[in-house]
Design a protein around this ligand. Sequence first.
Ligand SMILES: O=C(O)C1=C[C@@H](OP(=O)(O)O)[C@@H](O)[C@H](O)C1
Ligand SMILES: C=C(OP(=O)(O)O)C(=O)O
Length: 430
Amino acid sequence: MPDTASPQPPATANWPAPSADRPVRARLSLPGSKSVTNRALVLATLSETPCMVRRPLASRDSDLMVGALRALGARVERDGEDLAVTPADLRGPATVDVGNAGTVMRFVPPMAALTAGDVRFDGDPRSHERPVGALLGALRALGADIDDGGRGALPMTVHGTGSLPGGGVILDASGSSQFVSALLLSAARFENGLRLRHDGPPVPSRPHVDMTVEMLRAAGVDVETGEDEWRVGPGPIRATEIPVEPDLSNAAPFLAAALVTGGAVTVADWPEHTTQAGDALRSLLARMGGEVGREGTDLTVYGTGKIRGLEADLHDVGELTPTIAALAALADTPSRLTGIAHLRRHETDRIAALAAEINGLGGHVEELEDGLVIEPRRLHGGVFRSYDDHRMATSGAVLGLAVPGIEVEDIATTRKTLPDFPGLWSEVLS
Ligand SMILES: O=C(O)C1=C[C@@H](OP(=O)(O)O)[C@@H](O)[C@H](O)C1
Ligand SMILES: C=C(OP(=O)(O)O)C(=O)O
C-alpha cells in the first residue's frame, strides 16, 4: 500500500510547538478512524464477498493491519481513496509485525488460529509489555494452539490449523476492551460460534465494544449482547461495503485549540450517530467551558475564553485523556480524572507520562492509581517527551498553544493514527 505520509521531521528532532497569538478559527476534515478502519479490514478479510472499505485511514496502525492481513494471504488493493479486499484462503507460515498497534496485536491472533499454518507475532519493544495474556488464554480454551513461551505476551506463534472449534469461554477483559472485540470479530467463523462472558473488574472503553457489535451486525453476523455477555452465531460474514467515519478521537487536540485560544474549530462530517469514543468530546468540552454547535454535519466547538477544571470518570473514553489533561493543566480550577488505570498499559504508561511531562513544565499533577489530579499552575517552556505515544505528542501541542517555548519530542510518532499531524496543525493555526 502506498505510504501516504507527507515528509516528517526525523524522529530525533524536537518539534517547536506553535503558540497561538490569536483565537484559532478553522474548519477541518479529519482522516478516517483507526478503530473503524482496522475493524473494517478484519471483517472484509473474513467476508465471503468482496468488500470495499471506503475512505480508510492511511497511517501507521492501518498500514500494519493491511500488512498483517496480506501476510495471512488476504488480497488488499488500493482503489482511489478506498481499499478493495477480495476473499482468499488464509494461510501460513507468516510473520506479523504488530508495531505498537493494540488493534493488530489483539484482532489478528484469532484470525491466525483460523489460518492453516504457523503465524508469528512480534512488534515494537512496547508490544512485549502490552496485555494479551487473557486473550491468549481464551483462545486456547476455544481450541487454539499458541506458543508464547509461557510469558502471556508477545512475541508468540499461533499454530493455526485452518479452523477453530469455538464455543463457550469466560475472560477477564478489564485490561483491554480489545480482548472482547478481538474474539467477537472472528467468532462467526468459529465452528460453534462464541459464547463469551467477562468476569472481572469493569471492561474499559465500552463504546469500542459497541462499535464491534454494530459493525458485525452490519456485516450480517448474528450477535446477541447482555451486560457482560456476548453470543455470536456461526455463519458467513457478508461485508460488501464499509464506510469509515472521520477519527473523532483525533478531533480532540483540534477542538481543544478552540478552548485554549477562545476561538472556534469546526470538524466536518461529524456523524449523527456513532459508537466512537470521541463523540464524548461534545459533552466533555462543554463541561470544560466550551460551547458546542452543530450545523448539518459540521460540529463546532467555540471557546469562551475560560477553561473550567473537570471531575470525570474517563473509563469509557480513556483515549481522550491526554487532551483533556492538557486542557485541565490550563484551566482555572482543579481537575480529577479517574477510572483510567488501564491507560498504564497503553502506548506508554499515560498516567505517569502525563504527570511527569506537565510537572516538567512547572505544573502540579498528582498521580492516582487510576487517574490524575491536576492543579493548574503557570507553565513554562521546555521539552515535552512523547514516549513514542501519538496522544502524548498531541497533548504537548495543545499545551504549546498557550505556553511559549514548548518543544515536543518525536512529533512523527503521531503517524500512528494521523498521516500528517504537524501539517494539519499548522493549517488550523494559519
Ligand atoms: O478497539 C479499539 O479500536 C480501541 C479500544 C480501546 O482500547 P482499550 O480498551 O485497551 O483502552 C482504545 O483505547 C483504543 O485506542 C482503540
Ligand atoms: C490506546 C490506543 O491505541 P491502541 O489501538 O494501540 O490500543 C490509542 O490510540 O489511544
